[in-house]
Design a protein around this ligand. Structure first.
Ligand code: FA5
Length: 328
């Protein structure tokens, strides 16, 4: 072999490998190039032994490379021939194709949307990166208000005078909507929220809330009770649902309540907060509180889903665990 022409050799070997029709052909090609006694590459490698150090250095590496390229080409072709030659059993069941699907939280959000649309609520979206003004100030939580501590916040960069953050709840959507619309109306806004806090079985740093807001004349907590009981009845279909309000505090409502749910004979569980929209909040969006009132609520969507499907730990939703994901 003329070792100065490795490319020619390589091309010739590749042609022969490609046109080999069966393992016998392929074995012949292997012997021709890589055979222990007469293989062209083997002989060339042997020739190297008698060369000067410089020549060895020049020719050694590409000969080794050529050898391994030809070996790979042969084993690749071996597989091809094997596959083509294999008997195909047409009665075997096909390989299962795995199709993805929407995550459990997205499915629940869709269901929640449908239920509220059925009760004549509109579904509104809001930004996840929020201004301090909407997340706090306009919700009756000024900078020095101790209630800010209720929401551990991921702060973002300040731009000019505006301070930005990852919204800690979906309540800012209430303000954004009221600024641009005249009552009466009823809306919900499901979406992602973020909190800078330690995680456990019922707390994540990244979760979802369902905000609701209904403003009109003569709206009261009794209207809220009806709407929310109806929602629970549909969402937890087939189960006996009891709802109770416990007095609570949120700066943007007065009075404020915490809403607990009891399914069949299970324990009472906290789903979220609610109350009558605070007059300061209505005034901040230029509504006259003597003319307009309404209720607002904010529930944890993971909590709703955990109760509905018996999910024991809220961190499972974000775990990426396929066994869990495939169950729903
Ligand atoms: C709020 O976020 C208020 N914006 C709710 C509200 C809206 C009150 C409108 C009044 C009127 P709170 O921080 O309690 O409130 O959160 C509400 C619900 O979100 C909780 O009850 C719980 O279900 C869920 N939640 C809160 N923190 C977490 C967390 N770290 N992980 C998962 N779910 C959470």
């Amino acid at each position: 072999m003329n070792i100065m022409e490795p490319e020619g050799i390589k091309k010739q070997a590749y042609d022969e490998i490609e046109t080999a029709l069966n393992s016998a052909d392929l074995e012949a090609v292997r012997l021709k190039y890589l055979g222990r006694k007469q293989g062209k590459i083997t002989l060339a490698l042997k020739e190297l032994a008698g060369m000067s150090v410089d020549e060895k250095r020049k020719n050694g590496p590409f000969l080794q490379q050529l050898k391994s390229d030809i070996e790979s080409a042969i084993s690749f072709r071996e597989k091809e021939i094997g596959e083509k030659g294999a008997v195909i059993d047409v009665t075997l069941p096909p390989k299962k194709i795995e199709v993805g699907h929407l995550g459990l939280i997205t499915q629940a959000e869709d269901e929640i949307r449908r239920i509220f649309e059925g009760m004549n609520f509109s579904v509104i979206d809001g930004p996840e990166i929020e201004e301090e003004k909407y997340n706090f100030d306009s919700l009756n939580i000024p900078a020095d208000h101790p209630a800010r501590e209720m929401w551990d916040t991921f702060w973002l960069k300040t731009e000019g005078k505006k301070k930005y953050l990852l919204r800690t709840h979906t309540s800012p959507v209430q303000i954004r909507y009221m600024e641009r619309h005249e009552p009466p109306f009823q809306i919900i806004s499901p979406g992602r929220v973020f909190r800078y806090e330690a995680t456990d079985a019922t707390h994540e740093t990244n979760f979802h809330q369902l905000e609701g807001l209904m403003i009109g004349k003569d709206i009261s907590l009794a209207n809220f009770k009806f709407v929310i009981e109806e929602f629970f009845r549909r969402f937890f279909a087939g189960k006996t649902v009891k709802v109770r309000f416990r007095s609570s505090y949120f700066p943007f409502v007065e009075p404020g309540v915490e809403v607990d749910v009891k399914l069949d004979n299970a324990k009472w569980l906290e789903m979220g907060g609610a109350g009558m929209v605070h007059p300061n909040v209505l005034e901040a969006v230029k509504y006259d509180p003597r003319e307009w009132q309404g209720f607002a609520f904010g529930f944890g969507i993971e909590r709703l889903v955990m109760v509905k499907y018996g999910v024991p730990d809220t961190r499972m939703f974000m775990s990426g665990d396929l066994k869990f994901i495939k169950k729903f």
